[in-house]
Write a protein that binds this ligand. Structure first.
Ligand SMILES: C[S@@+](CC[C@H](N)C(=O)[O-])C[C@H]1O[C@@H](n2cnc3c(N)ncnc32)[C@H](O)[C@@H]1O
Length: 334
């Protein structure tokens, strides 16, 4: 069934017009214009009417399937998804999961990933975002366990991205955890990757060749640099504009980086553990089809509300590239 969201739209796809970065060599000016266009305001412009389905429907702008991801995955034909972004349950006893022995958790995740590999089209990507599994105080980084699973499915490893942030529990018997990872694998050796839409400002944008035939010309890409494989993006805690009832949604800007670099407009982007729809929202903001499964009806309602807000222009989503707040160094640190 396809439903129209209740909130009414004003105009269509304004946000995507600002992205991706224009291909240009006008240097610094471009970065300045982009920063101004992105702004520091978290309100995203209206997208216009979105078609939303609650079952697999590749033509819909968004699919919000309320049920087990394996049920949705089995409905998706072979090789019909360009990008899969997901953060599965970590098996650590969060409100939405039942803790099970590590071996059975990994067996279940392997089944899900086997289906993901089947629905992925050649040249497509899987970005699997995980943290740590903790058992009797022992910390087991889940990416170490997921890497062989993805590799054994015939997928090819491209990056292990470190996502780092400043907020979280303060540990007393070890260093406080301040990073998680994104494992990026592709299906095949030829794959979609475009760094231009996600370039970040150069550290020394005015640096020029000081000798040789290009003396005086800018020595770095004036459109910005590759963001690298360590991403500093605030996690969604209480004062984050994207905070909902979900205990661990990832930030929309994390998904946006993946969507913009690993898919094209019109592609299908899937999140089998969709939560409150961060991947789907990031996808529709950039004219991709966003598809997700989520067991919890409450989270589906929140995802629906976020899409309705994206439609009408009242969605709060931290802008990509907004500078990170840093506390002034005063007092004992000064
Ligand atoms: C780590 S959270 C993902 C949050 C998501 N990335 C976001 O930004 O909102 C994992 C989600 O998977 C859901 N989940 C757990 N088992 C599931 C299953 N078998 N099928 C679909 N969703 C499931 C949980 O309810 C939870 O919301």
């Amino acid at each position: 069934m396809t439903i129209a969201l209740e909130l009414q739209a004003t105009s269509k796809r304004q946000w995507s017009a600002g992205w991706p970065l224009p291909q240009t060599s006008r240097g610094l000016k471009v970065i300045e214009q982009l920063t101004a266009a992105r702004g520091t305001n978290s309100l995203r412009p209206a997208l216009g009417v979105l078609e939303v389905s609650n079952i697999w429907a590749p033509q819909a702008d968004a699919v919000l399937f309320n049920g087990d991801c394996m049920t949705l995955l089995r409905d998706i034909p072979d090789e019909s998804v360009q990008l899969i972004i997901s953060s599965p349950p970590y098996n650590i006893g969060k409100s939405y999961e039942k803790r099970s022995p590590l071996a059975s958790y990994l067996e279940w995740q392997s089944e899900v990933l086997r289906e993901c590999a089947r629905v992925l089209q050649p040249g497509g990507s899987i970005a699997w975002q995980v943290g740590n599994y903790v058992h009797n105080g022992e910390v087991i980084p889940l990416d170490a366990l997921f890497w062989p699973i993805l590799h054994d499915l015939g997928l090819i490893s491209r990056n292990r991205i470190i996502w780092t942030f400043d907020h979280g529990l303060h540990a007393t018997k070890r260093f406080s955890g301040r990073h998680e990872t994104v494992l990026w694998f592709t299906k095949g050796t030829e794959y979609q990757f475009d760094v231009d839409p996600i370039r970040v400002p150069q550290k020394y944008p005015n640096k020029r060749y000081f000798k040789g035939p290009r003396k005086g010309e800018l020595s770095c890409n004036p459109n910005g640099k590759n963001p690298g494989d360590v991403w500093v993006i605030p996690n969604v805690k209480n004062n984050h504009p994207e905070k909902t009832n979900h205990p661990c949604s990832f930030p929309i800007e994390l998904a946006e980086r993946l969507v913009l670099s690993m898919s094209r407009p019109g592609d299908v982007v899937l999140d089998p553990f969709g939560g409150v729809g961060s991947t789907v929202v990031a996808s529709v903001l950039h004219s991709r089809h966003g598809v997700m499964a989520e067991l919890d009806e409450e989270y589906i309602k929140i995802a629906t509300d976020r899409l309705a807000r994206a439609q009408e222009g009242t969605l709060l989503a931290r802008p990509m590239g907004k500078p990170i707040y840093s506390a002034p160094t005063v007092g004992v640190f000064g």
